[in-house]
Design a protein around this ligand. Structure first.
Ligand SMILES: [Ca+2]
Length: 189
């Protein structure tokens, strides 16, 4: 039985390795500000955002690639509302297996309620798939890959990452996000 399970895992991995295609996202490393004239701008080109204190940052370290990240100022959050970023990817064919990943790391004493990665229909809506991570699952000052896999019924998807603050008590620390990526496997008919 173990061998059979291993075989299935191998086949799935082979499909991903052979046919999953990286889809180019807009500004996946958060290097570009929304306004090219304002290099330290907190808004990242190509990304929508909601909530507070989830900002493009040009001076935070560590950085996984380039010079910029998205920083979640958990220590600044004064309520229980979440914050996040999202991007529509319009040309993903319907019926594709989509794997969205983003790298995250945390400061000392950072205990948000959760971080969630999601794939939604293009334009937003009920998630096709979502995966939540606890603070324990995100490494301290080292990068952890957060991943979610979904199959889209209709053309296009929205990728989302969201931080949910600690529900009660003092909120400390910060999270960093960098290098969003999307791989798509579209079965041939
Ligand atoms: Ca970057």
């Amino acid at each position: 039985m173990k061998g059979r399970i291993a075989g299935v895992v191998l086949i799935v991995c082979a499909v991903w390795a052979g046919n999953g295609v990286g889809v180019e996202l807009v500004n996946p490393s958060f290097e570009d500000p929304l306004d090219p004239e304002n290099p330290i701008q907190h808004l990242a080109a190509g990304w929508g955002t909601w909530g507070g204190w989830m900002n493009r940052e040009t001076g935070w370290v560590p950085v996984r690639s380039g010079h910029c990240i998205v920083g979640y100022h958990h220590f600044r959050i004064g309520d229980t509302n979440s914050s996040g970023l999202f991007q529509d990817v319009p040309d993903v064919p319907a019926g594709s297996v989509c794997r969205f990943t983003i790298q995250a790391c945390k400061d000392h004493n950072t205990w948000p309620a959760s971080v969630q990665v999601r794939i939604e229909p293009k334009g937003g809506g009920a998630p096709i798939a979502a995966r939540s991570y606890t603070a324990e699952e995100i490494r301290l000052n080292q990068w952890t890959e957060l991943a979610v896999i979904a199959t889209n019924a209709e053309r296009g998807i929205r990728i989302v990452f969201e931080a949910v603050p600690k529900a009660t008590g003092k909120r400390d620390g910060a999270l960093r996000f960098d290098d969003a990526a999307l791989a798509v496997f579209t079965p041939t008919k």
